[in-house]
Design a binder for this molecule. Structure first.
Ligand code: CMP
Length: 188
């Protein structure tokens, strides 16, 4: 039995994006998420390579804003701030609680009391500087946590693992698989 299978708990990935990092908002974002009462089970500074960015946003690869999205998360619009802070949280209704704190994806449409509504903006080129990424649902949450973290970086055994050589890896990797997209060859 793994944590994930034990009940109603959901797991989500939260990322303080490059715009949030350069504005010094990492601590504030964490404080807001801690206030939800969700349990933090992982945290790490992550260097966002193109490979990671592409895997993370695989499901958006056909969107008109895709290339900007990739360049944005790699910090290219924020003085090449390519280190972001990634967190994993678990708990009941984690998706709903986290999304309520983050606000709508478009900062101009987000409630002013939310992180994005109070601190985000849309640039004149239409890029969403929305400070924080939150998994869109618990299926994406599982996938994204496995993509951004190694099993030993989590404080709980959230998902099944296997040994690869002498390293623990996820039994099902956290590649770009989503409900709508099959695993691309290069991630199998
Ligand atoms: P994020 O939570 O990281 O997940 C997908 C991202 O795509 C989202 O935040 C926004 O930054 C970006 N995004 C979504 N819709 C649009 C849009 N219409 N125009 C520009 N960027 C968008």
């Amino acid at each position: 039995m793994f944590w994930y299978d034990m009940g109603m708990e959901e797991s989500i990935l939260v990322i303080v994006k490059p715009d949030g990092m350069v504005k010094g908002l990492a601590g504030y974002v964490l404080t807001r998420f801690e206030a939800t009462g969700l349990r933090m089970v992982a945290a790490r500074m992550a260097k966002v390579t193109r490979e990671l960015a592409v895997a993370h946003y695989y499901h958006l690869r056909e969107k008109p804003f895709y290339e900007e999205l990739i360049r944005f998360i790699m910090g290219e619009f924020d003085n090449n701030q390519d280190n972001v802070l990634a967190f994993a949280f678990i708990g009941e209704n984690a998706v709903k609680k986290a999304r309520a704190i983050a606000g709508a994806t478009n900062p101009e449409e987000a409630d002013y009391r939310t992180i994005r509504g109070s601190l985000g903006r849309v640039t004149t080129k239409g890029i969403f500087e929305n400070v924080v990424h939150v998994s869109s649902d618990h299926i994406e949450g599982k996938r994204e946590i496995k993509l951004w973290f190694w099993p030993e970086e989590l404080t709980v055994e959230l998902f099944p693992t296997k040994l690869a050589g002498n390293r623990k890896v996820w039994l099902e990797p956290g590649g770009p698989k989503t409900r709508t997209a099959p695993w691309p060859e290069e991630y199998k």
